[in-house]
Write a protein that binds this ligand. Structure first.
Ligand code: SF4
Length: 88
């Protein structure tokens, strides 16, 4: 596939991108392996990823500030938004 044919979704999360299902399964697995003390609780996790979804720095499920897949970054309780947009 040529570079101009690669689909980009500026405001999508991995969970919404059917072409990236393997990556999303990796996110689910990664979250499941985190010890409860390190894992972001489900409700906080959802607020984090929805904040990313509304953020202008989200591009193709990746944060343009830190280069992380946001669903992966949000999974660990001790991780922070590089622009301090997450409330917790
Ligand atoms: S981690 Fe922060 S800066 Fe990056 S996309 Fe999410 S809300 Fe935006």
């Amino acid at each position: 596939m040529s570079a101009e044919n690669v689909r980009r979704c500026r405001r999508c999360l991995l969970r919404e991108m059917t072409d990236e299902n393997d990556y999303y399964q990796s996110v689910i697995f990664y979250r499941s392996t985190l010890p409860p003390k390190k894992r972001t609780p489900d409700d906080v996790y959802e607020v984090r990823v929805q904040t990313c979804k509304a953020c202008g720095q989200l591009d193709n499920a990746t944060c343009l500030q830190c280069g992380c897949f946001v669903e992966m970054r949000a999974a660990r309780l001790d991780m922070r938004c590089p622009m301090d947009q997450w409330q917790n």
